[in-house]
Design a protein around this ligand. Structure first.
Ligand code: AMP
Ligand code: MG
Length: 315
């Protein structure tokens, strides 16, 4: 069985093609970037419409697959930016109609979890899902995902991107912040953990204030990373202690950060657990994870239009 997956929830328009044995035949994407601003939903939707056909053609060519040998079209139904979701949905719906194959709408967050799990061949890990909008500690219980802890305000990636915009790094800022952090030293920032949840907006405000007072970009990038990553390491360690899980799986775009991975790896080793991540090209948003999730959910979901606020624990 060949499944084609379409991703369009935020900055990325992607087409991935996988088979039912979990072989990635193609994973092509085009990411919206900006030198001076963040994501403007209508601009993102326009971006997706402009690149869609070309990304599809490249993916088919890379996979060496003819469109009519695709057995199912999966798309990211949510959560995400409303206009971006609609652009992906219409493209997927037209495509499925053109080739007369089933259309399956899937949850984007679950797709991140599933691809990390299949890539690492894991049974039942504790998930730390950290992307632009989402920051959640998730476990699977009784056939459903359970969110044990999450951000109380903005996602960690959004916090980094917002700070990046303030200091002139453009979008996405995470990778640039990681580079600047290498030459920084620690300045104190608010560390906000409440039970199993974390909050990032105070951290952002304080960093912005210190930047206005002349503290260097490098020091602030370093301290933002150390503080935010330590907050999540604390909460995820508590989740592992409560559930007795011995495997931690980091997924989502912020999972590309080497320092974050290093901190989580140390935490896991200290408690005799094992830390897993996914390669950079599968960590962020892309279509292969949507195709794989579409295969897993082929009997439970169909055309669900778009669901901008669809949580993993509602699946
Ligand atoms: P996603 O929505 O899962 O594609 O993740 C996108 C988010 O990951 C954006 O907020 C990026 O700034 C962030 N990101 C990407 N690479 C890195 C990195 N190396 N360090 C920190 N954040 C990153
Ligand atoms: Mg994502």
């Amino acid at each position: 069985m060949i499944i084609l997956g379409i991703e369009s929830t935020a900055h990325t328009f992607g087409v991935g093609i996988v088979d039912s044995q979990w072989k990635v035949l193609a994973n092509v994407y085009d990411r919206y970037t900006s030198a001076d601003k963040g994501m403007i939903p209508d601009e993102i939707a326009d971006h997706h419409k402009q690149v869609a056909e070309e990304v599809l053609e490249k993916a088919l060519k890379e996979a060496q697959v003819m469109l009519d040998s695709v057995d199912q079209v999966a798309y990211s139904a949510g959560p995400g930016l409303d206009p971006a979701l609609w652009s992906g949905y219409h493209f997927a719906k037209d495509l499925a109609a053109r080739i007369k194959k089933p259309l399956v709408g899937v949850n984007h967050c679950c797709a991140h979890l599933s691809i990390g799990k299949v890539w690492n061949k894991l049974e039942d890990p504790c998930y730390l899902y950290v992307s632009g909008v989402n920051t959640q500690i998730i476990v699977s219980e009784g056939g459903k995902y359970h969110v044990m802890g999450e951000t109380l305000d903005i996602g960690l990636g959004n916090m980094l991107d917002k700070f990046g915009r303030i200091i002139g790094l453009g979008f996405p800022a995470g990778p640039e912040i990681e580079k600047l952090a290498k030459n920084g030293k620690y300045v104190e920032l608010p560390y906000t953990v409440k039970g199993m949840d974390a909050s990032f907006s105070g951290l952002l405000t304080k960093a912005q204030q210190l930047f206005a007072k002349g503290v260097s970009k490098e020091d602030l990038c370093f301290s933002l990373q150390e503080t935010a990553f330590a907050m999540l390491a604390e909460v995820v360690e508590r989740a592992m202690a409560h559930t007795g899980k011995q495997e931690l799986l980091l997924v989502g775009g912020v999972g590309a950060n080497k320092r974050f991975c290093e901190m989580l790896d140390i935490m896991c080793k200290e408690r005799g657990a094992v830390f897993y991540k996914v390669p950079v090209d599968l960590a962020g948003d892309q279509g292969a994870m949507i195709a794989w999730e579409g295969f897993l959910r082929k009997d439970s979901y169909g055309d669900v239009e778009v669901k901008p606020h669809w949580r993993a624990d509602e699946v």
